[in-house]
Structures are given as C-alpha cells and as structure tokens.
Design a protein around this ligand. Structure first.
Ligand code: ADP
Ligand code: ADP
Ligand code: ZN
Length: 217
C-alpha cells in the first residue's frame, strides 16, 4: 500500500505516521525529517534548505523532487510506503506521479488530516521534538519524563519554525501552496478526509479503519 499523509502543519501527520508505520509495517518518509537531518549533518542540501525552513517557507521543488525520487527508489519501499509532508505543491504532486508511473506504481490513498487554525497554533507552539523523529506536546502529549524522549532518551528541543512568526507564515504558505492538493487528489478519487481534532488514539482508530480497506489490495 502506497499512501500520502496530507494536512496543515501541526495536524498530527508525524504523530499518526509513527503509529501507521509500526502497525502496517510501512516505511515512514518524512521530508521534514530528511531536511532536518541534512541540516544537522551540515550537508550542502541542508545548507540550501536551512533559511527557507527557519522562515517557514517551502524549500524549492527541485530539491524535494530529487530527495523523494531517491528515497522511493530504495529497496524498503518496494512493498509500500507512506509519505509525510510530501507533496506540498502541485508541481511536487505531478513529479511524484511521473516517478511512480516510471516504476509501475501508484498512490492508493491520500489521508487528509483536517484541523482548524486555532488548534494548529496551540499544537505547534507546544510541540517538542526529538532527533529520532518523535514529537511530543507539553500539554497534549507529554513525554513520561519532562524534556526527554520516551523512545530513545534524547533531550527534546523546540523547532525554530515552531516559534510564533514562523508558525503564522507556515499557515499562510500551507493555504496558498499546499491546500490546492486537496482538490487535486479529490479529483483523482484518492482523498480520504480524517477529522484531526480528536484525540490521538481516536484518530488512529479511524485511520486504521480506512487503511484496512487498502491493505488487502
Ligand atoms: P505535523 O507532523 O502534522 O506537523 P505533529 O504530529 O508533529 O504534526 O503534531 C503537532 C503537535 O501536536 C505535536 O506537539 C503533537 O504532540 C501534537 N498532537 C498531535 N496530534 C494531536 C491530537 N490529536 N491532539 C492534540 N495534540 C496533538
Ligand atoms: P510540519 O508538517 O510540521 O509543518 P515538516 O517537518 O513536514 O513540518 O516540514 C518542515 C519544513 O520543511 C517546512 O516548513 C518546509 O520548509 C520544509 N519542507 C518539508 N517538506 C517539504 C516539501 N515537500 N516541500 C517543500 N518544503 C518542505
Ligand atoms: Zn527520540
């Protein structure tokens, strides 16, 4: 099964992705995680991406398309994959379609996690991240020990782009550049919208119900 998680920043894509990845044994491909890893390793890609990310802008399409093409060609994607945070623009979605067609694959479903702006701002401003990709929330999803990742015991940090100015800009960028993908995938009859305002475990139950339909395909 090949799926895409779509939704505004803070909708809970990363949180659900971790659960989906474990339950359905799908590789979790987060372009945000890949970019952050490149920044912390000081690669040339990281250097190019850094200023866009800290301002809450999108990194240029050509860079993302190369990243995703490369990642999807790896062996662990042969039995299925889950994209989190890609595509974010129509050109990225068109490029994805080309990449998949070339290798005889297709997208089975696009899960659109929907949450209103007020809640997104609360979620993003309290988010704490771990290097391993886990994300927590100071109130809504705290780690067992304050400031420390449950999974790998690393110290949690706040992302630069989770500060107020960047959050505002990311929501504007989402509406302008990414929201059109909802219509794009709806027209392709791939869109499944999930109410992302509920609790993490309730959302996951709904996600499981939806994905079980595709698992048999
Ligand atoms: P995204 O990957 O879509 O940006 P995250 O999964 O990182 O979103 O979640 C954003 C923040 O909201 C994190 O702090 C996370 O712990 C919290 N969160 C995720 N899902 C929920 C939920 N259903 N209810 C409340 N908080 C949530
Ligand atoms: P969130 O879903 O919480 O907004 P991500 O971790 O997915 O955050 O992305 C963080 C930042 O990385 C984005 O604001 C953007 O600058 C960059 N980025 C990630 N994925 C893409 C993409 N597909 N296209 C362009 N920029 C991206
Ligand atoms: Zn961790």
């Amino acid at each position: 099964m090949n799926i895409i998680l779509l939704g505004p920043p803070g909708a809970g894509k990363g949180t659900q992705a971790k659960k989906i990845s474990e339950h359905f044994s799908l590789p979790h491909i987060s372009t945000g995680d890949i970019l952050r890893e490149n920044i912390s390793n000081n690669t040339s890609l990281g250097l190019r991406a850094k200023s866009y990310m800290s301002r809450g802008e999108l990194v240029p399409d050509e860079l993302l398309i190369t990243i995703v093409k490369d990642r999807l060609s790896r062996k662990d994607c042969s039995g299925g994959f889950m994209l989190d945070g890609y595509p974010r623009t129509i050109p990225q979605a068109d490029a994805l379609q080309m990449i998949l067609t070339e290798s005889g694959k297709k997208i089975d479903a696009v899960l659109n996690i929907s949450v209103d702006d007020e809640e997104l701002i609360k979620r993003l401003s309290g988010r704490r991240m771990c290097k391993c990709g886990a994300s927590y929330h100071v109130n809504f999803n705290p780690p067992k020990k304050e400031g420390v990742c449950d999974a790998c015991k690393e110290k949690l940090y706040q992302r630069d782009d989770d500060k107020p100015d960047a959050i505002k800009n990311r929501l504007v960028v989402y509406k302008k550049q990414t929201q059109p993908l909802i219509d794009y995938y709806n027209r392709k009859k791939l869109l499944r919208t999930i109410d992302g305002s509920k609790e993490i475990s309730q959302i996951f139950e709904e996600v499981k119900n939806v994905l079980e339909e595709y698992e048999k395909l």
